[in-house]
Design a protein around this ligand. Structure first.
Ligand SMILES: Nc1nc2c([nH]c(=O)n2[C@H]2C[C@H](O)[C@@H](COP(=O)(O)OP(=O)(O)OP(=O)(O)O)O2)c(=O)[nH]1
Length: 344
């Protein structure tokens, strides 16, 4: 039985973690039924009782592959062939910092058993999130099951037909998570459609049609800023950073996807405290839409990443070609308008 699914706290920020990060490698091991192996941390250790992907610390001079094969042999008694990277998560705990480098296990031989007295659980992928795991594992679970691309829609022009057609193409091209954003003309309160960019567009009407298209394609859809509009169309809610600090509690039920745009560690902590399912962090690079606003770069992103446990998309001048690097810095994936909108 899974434990209380409440994620463990990242820790007391008053206690500064050490400067050097511990390198940890862990494996995603499948059985013939597609279930994934979790092991339970034994008593007397840090994070005792939580479930994790089997693995451990790299020793000096060891490659990640060799370290993981050794750990899996020591802990489980199996011979494993280490495959592709899934995600590498930088995470700060109260007394330590680590980088959790998670790899797929391509093949393995032997019978997996807890050689160190640890419990084992073979878990169907959709149930991973119901196990209590260390904070660094939440982005790993998201990377295994949730979309790596988050399309942010550009402001609709007067010709909403072609905007909808482009959305349809994006969905046909594999987009599975969409942020319906109105480029500034639709106020975040939803009180009125103002003039300016996209003015005159029936935004609620367009949201209704766009949400229907997304649902038909099996894609998540989130509406910018307006909880009422999101609720009316069965969509998730994407908060702007300015809204985050004004809200005292989660503005939608736990079954509704909640996301936020964040720029600072304070924004991220507010998003985490509100119970956001994921956040978008940027801008990663300087972009034509924000000239003169320098990007935070991958190191800046990783520094923000390690302070919270929620899955993060990086945004700002990124495209599909950046996905591998994004994952290596702990991002769930990339969010973008230009590179993911077919005719941009
Ligand atoms: N193997 C593994 N370790 C994880 C995961 N998530 C996570 O935060 N960790 C942390 C727990 C430990 O601090 C570290 C792994 O080191 P280890 O397994 O050798 O742990 P340990 O008890 O010997 O070390 P310690 O940290 O208690 O000193 O990484 C995960 O999914 N798998």
């Amino acid at each position: 039985m899974p434990d209380d699914p409440a994620p463990a706290a990242v820790g007391d920020p008053a206690v500064a973690p050490p400067a050097t990060a511990i390198e940890v490698v862990a494996g995603v091991i499948h059985d013939a039924r597609g279930r994934i192996l979790l092991t339970r941390r034994t008593e007397g250790r840090d994070l005792a009782g939580l479930w994790e992907f089997p693995g451990g610390k790299r020793e000096p001079g060891e490659t990640p592959e060799a370290a993981l094969a050794r750990e899996l042999h020591e802990e489980l008694g199996i011979e494993a062939e280490v495959g592709d990277p899934v995600i590498a998560v930088p995470q700060a705990y109260p007394h330590k910092r680590l980088r959790l480098d998670v790899r797929r296990i391509r093949e393995w031989h032997g019978t997996a058993r807890g050689r160190e007295g640890q419990a084992l659980a073979w878990v169907p992928p959709h149930k991973l999130a119901s196990y209590a795991m260390p904070p660094a594992d939440r982005p790993v679970v998201a990377a295994l099951g949730e979309p790596a691309e988050y399309l942010v829609t550009p402001a609709p022009e007067a010709d909403v037909g072609s905007w909808l057609e482009t959305l349809r193409q994006a969905l046909a091209g594999g987009i599975r998570r969409v942020h319906l954003r109105h480029g500034g003309a639709w106020r975040e309160t939803g009180a009125a459609v103002a003039g300016g960019q996209g003015g005159g567009v029936d935004w609620p009407g367009l949201v209704e049609q766009a949400a229907r298209l997304c649902r038909k394609a099996g894609a998540d859809v989130l509406v910018n800023g307006d909880a009422e509009l999101a609720r009316a169309h069965g969509a998730g809610l994407h908060l702007q950073a300015s809204q985050l600090h004004r809200l005292g509690s989660r503005p939608v039920g736990p079954e509704v996807l909640l996301a936020a745009s964040c720029h600072t560690a304070d924004d991220l902590k507010a998003a985490e405290a509100l119970g956001c399912d994921f956040a978008v962090v940027g801008n990663l690079r300087e972009t034509p839409s924000h000239p003169g606003r320098p990007g935070i770069g991958w190191d800046g992103f990783a520094h923000l990443r390690e302070q919270v446990a929620i899955p993060l998309y990086a945004i700002g001048g990124l495209g599909r070609a950046d996905l591998t690097e994004a994952r290596q810095h702990g991002a769930q994936g990339i969010a973008a308008i230009r590179s993911l909108w077919p005719d941009a």
